[in-house]
Design a binder for this molecule. Structure first.
Ligand code: ADP
Ligand code: ADP
Length: 232
């Protein structure tokens, strides 16, 4: 699902490369946690996978990036968008509508999906993320944690094959983390590849298949889920 080989990337505004010799492969149905200190390249790695790099950021890219068989630098963002769902660090900034139901329907409407399919997918996804009681609620009336869950659900109603989360648990209460973990389990069961950038490992330890530790723009080490649980 993901094949990243020997990627070097420098933002045009930076003197040092953010990624230097970065490699990552992820299979369908695999949940991978990217961790590492602030500045180690986690967000940059996600931008590489949803096409924001190189389509939205200027800089120098070397190496190979393939997602769902597509070479990312040569694939239009719209094509990548059909296959990927992303939740960025500040979910509030990625809302397009005013209420939970419409927000969950937004991507499907954009793709021209049949309204009866939209209704079904929105209900199923809302249930997966514990949002059924909130469907009528205005987004502005939600807590930070609820907004984050809405952003997560809205990113996956179109059933992307690759889902990317940037620090999804940072605003979440323990209850909300449980809902989030349940949602990730459903995605995995549906065969999606899931990549989560997160510096808090503990809340996600039961849902993660593999942990990849970044340092200075490359993979420093990797753990299987079993090794990871033993370390924890
Ligand atoms: P935070 O972790 O506090 O949310 P980020 O690292 O995500 O902050 O940065 C916020 C914004 O600033 C992002 O759009 C990011 O691309 C940009 N940014 C981060 N580091 C730099 C930098 N060194 N130079 C220019 N822009 C940067
Ligand atoms: P992390 O997500 O692990 O905190 P980032 O991917 O945000 O790391 O950052 C990796 C490096 O790239 C950092 O040195 C950061 O300052 C730099 N960087 C991130 N975004 C930008 C940007 N938009 N422009 C310039 N430099 C950036």
């Amino acid at each position: 699902m993901i094949d990243i080989r020997d990627v070097h990337w420098r933002y045009a505004a930076a003197t040092e490369p953010a990624l230097r010799g970065f490699n990552l492969t992820v299979e369908p149905g695999e949940v991978v946690l990217l961790c590492g200190a602030s500045g180690s390249g986690k967000s940059t790695a996600l931008r590489l996978l949803n096409g924001l790099i190189p389509h939205f950021h200027d800089g120098d890219l070397q190496g190979t990036v393939r997602v769902a068989g597509l070479p990312v630098p040569d694939t239009p963002l719209e094509e990548l968008g059909r296959r990927t769902g992303s939740v960025l660090q500040h979910p509030r900034r990625q809302f397009f509508t005013g209420a939970v139901g419409p927000e969950l329907a937004f991507a499907l409407e954009n793709l021209g999906t049949d309204p009866s399919v939209i209704r079904r997918q929105v209900e199923l996804t809302a249930a997966d993320f514990g949002l059924l009681p909130l469907l009528e609620r205005p987004l502005a009336a939600l807590s930070g944690g609820e907004q984050q869950r809405v952003a997560c659900a809205a990113a996956v109603t179109h059933r992307p094959v690759l889902v990317l989360f940037d620090e999804p648990t940072s605003n979440l209460s323990t209850d909300a983390i449980d809902h989030f973990v349940a949602g990730v389990r459903r995605l995995r069961a549906a065969g999606a590849a899931v990549v989560i950038a997160e510096h808090r490992l503990h809340p996600l330890r039961d849902v993660v298949d593999r942990v990849v530790v970044l340092r200075d723009g490359r993979v420093e080490t990797g753990w299987t889920a079993a090794e990871f649980r033993r370390l924890d």
